[in-house]
Design a protein around this ligand. Structure first.
Ligand code: Y12
Ligand code: CO
Length: 173
């Protein structure tokens, strides 16, 4: 089932998400709904708070070398914790909760992540390049942070003006 994605400036995006403690059928249904929602919106990453549920859950589904997404490569990450990070990279980010805006953001190049899967089992992964960017972007959502908060003062002001104008135009059409 597809859920509604909340968008900036919805205040719920500022909430700090809470740990998942029950790895039950209701969690599995919610993860499936998150996938349907992200897939329908052509996204590659989604955090639970983007569908108004403040839990430490994120999903990532990167495209393959032919630019195609497959559910087989979906990564479900619950209660993530970065245990090591190094290097720096710039990547042009976008967010389903900030539609129509993309900007270069600096992130760690590589990271090691500890997390739980949908069954509550402890897992670990190493990520670099796009996967590393996606994990850091989605983990910021769990802390109530959006990538636009990383912009310079001048760029953020320009964004606010452009975004408001685009929102107004959407309402009229
Ligand atoms: C690298 C950078 C950022 C992430 C976080 C996950 N971000 C997304 O999945 C963004 C998806 C997105 C999709 C859009 O819709 C279409 O392309 C059809 C979109 O377009 C509009 O809003 C108009 C914007 C963002 C992971 C890895
Ligand atoms: Co986002």
């Amino acid at each position: 089932m597809k859920l509604d994605i909340i968008t900036y400036p919805d205040k719920r995006l500022k909430l700090v998400s809470k740990a998942v403690t029950r790895f039950d059928a209701s969690l599995h249904r919610f993860l499936d709904d998150m996938y349907d929602t992200m897939h329908h919106a052509n996204g590659i990453g989604l955090a639970a708070i983007q569908v108004a549920n403040p839990l430490n859950i994120l999903i990532i589904n990167l495209p393959d070398e032919n630019d195609e997404q497959s559910k087989e490569t979906l990564i479900e990450i619950i209660n993530p914790k970065i245990i090591e990070a190094s290097g720096h990279q710039l990547y042009q980010e976008g967010c389903l909760s900030v539609p129509g805006f993309y900007e270069d953001i600096e992130r760690f190049e590589t990271l090691t992540l500890a997390y739980h899967n949908r069954h509550g089992e402890s897992c670990q992964l190493e990520a670099n390049a796009l996967l590393s960017v996606a994990i850091q972007h989605e983990m910021d959502h769990l802390l109530g942070k959006l990538f636009i908060e990383k912009l310079s003062y001048a760029r953020r002001k320009k964004f606010e003006k452009e975004y408001k104008k685009a929102q107004k135009a959407k309402k009229v059409s």
